[in-house]
Ligand binder design. Structure first.
Ligand SMILES: [Zn+2]
Length: 354
């Protein structure tokens, strides 16, 4: 082997092989090939012995340089490969936090809002609080006494047929029901007022109610009511009618008015149905209001003296009125929702409109 002539080519070949190595295993194999015992470099070194002393010295120096260059190249490539492999490993195990930070890369974050029924309840409370009412709440499971008895509806009274009731526990020790209206909260308030000397009462009571109704366009088995109660001295039917009219225009707008028509409820005497100007035709007459221009919203009346007796309030000293209507119905009328079931179906296309 003509040592001096081949050294540059030998280094170039080694350089190419080293650059082509892609993994730790590759570089180990390449290192053996270019600088190991069986490498051309080692063979050339062994060939030095057959040279003249001067030529041997010169060739030895050049071979030493070549070995240093090759071994240096191997070490550098080994370091690079280690770094590349580590980077690949980190890339593979990386969690892309940008998908979660503000959702800027994935879907944009959407902010929800209160359900229409909750918005309606809040708006109704605001109107009544503005009129001087307090907001009160009560339990959704009631005893027979609070839901019926104290409200002048004794057991077996035919008026119980007006409420298709979910009974939870019939009879002993006490009959309990899912409240069919928010009226039991009135009884709680009046009983507490008698104990605490809390009269007069000016309160509204929003809440969830339950009846065995099959869902349809105008009825839900779980629905929301808001009820009002005033107990004070010298309260008359005119106060009731005035309160309802002020509320109606405040909530529905100045061109929607109220009217009261005689009705029957066991706990008020006299009683009235509370109707408002049809929100669809504004009183002109349309299919929704059966061409009358009016839509029924709820019921109201003067608190029956028998209810005062039941809770221990002296009906000769105190008078009062009560009214109640559906919050869901209110939302339906104000936003002209054709089918009340849309309120419980959780369809975003519907909910996003409010
Ligand atoms: Zn109408």
């Amino acid at each position: 082997m003509g040592v001096p002539d081949d050294i540059d080519a030998l280094v170039d070949e080694a350089r190419a092989a080293i650059a082509a190595a892609r993994s730790t295993e590759d570089i180990r194999n390449v290192a053996a090939l270019v600088s190991g015992k069986k490498s051309p470099l080692a063979a050339a070194s062994r060939g030095l012995g057959g040279l003249e002393p001067d030529a041997r010295k010169e060739a030895g120096r050049r071979l030493h340089e070549a070995r240093t260059t090759i071994e240096d190249l191997v070490e550098r490539r080994r370091t690079d490969i280690k770094f590349e492999e580590l980077s690949r490993q980190m890339e593979d195990s990386r969690v892309d936090l940008t998908e979660f930070i503000g959702g800027s890369i994935a879907a944009p974050a959407t902010r929800g809002h209160l359900h229409l029924v909750t918005q309606t309840r809040d708006a109704l409370e605001d109107v009544f609080v503005g009129m001087g009412f307090e907001v009160a709440e009560g339990p959704e499971i009631e005893t027979d006494w609070f839901n019926f008895g104290a409200l002048n509806i004794p057991p077996a009274h035919p008026a119980r047929g007006m409420w298709d009731t979910f009974y939870l526990n019939l009879g002993a020790p006490e009959t309990t029901v899912l409240r069919t209206h928010t009226s039991p909260v009135q009884v709680h308030l009046m009983e507490e007022a008698v104990v605490d000397g809390g009269l007069p009462i000016h309160a509204v009571m929003p809440g969830r109610c339950y009846r065995r109704d099959t869902p349809d366009a105008r009825h839900l088995p779980v629905f929301h009511q808001i009820e009002g109660l005033v107990v004070d001295k010298g309260i008359t039917f005119a106060d009731l009618a005035g309160t309802i009219e002020v509320f109606t225009t405040a909530y529905f707008g100045p061109d929607i008015h109220s009217r009261l028509r005689p009705a029957y409820f066991p706990f008020t005497e006299p009683s009235a149905e509370y109707e408002i100007t049809c929100t669809i035709c504004h009183g002109e007459g349309c299919r929704t209001c059966s061409q009358t221009g009016w839509i029924e919203l709820g019921g109201c009346g003067m608190v029956d003296p028998a209810v005062f007796d039941a809770v221990g309030i002296d009906p000769d000293q105190w008078t009062g009125f009560a009214f109640g209507f559906g919050i869901d119905r209110c939302a339906q009328m104000r936003h002209q929702i054709a089918d009340m079931r849309a309120l419980t179906e959780n369809d975003f296309r519907f909910l996003r409109q409010f």
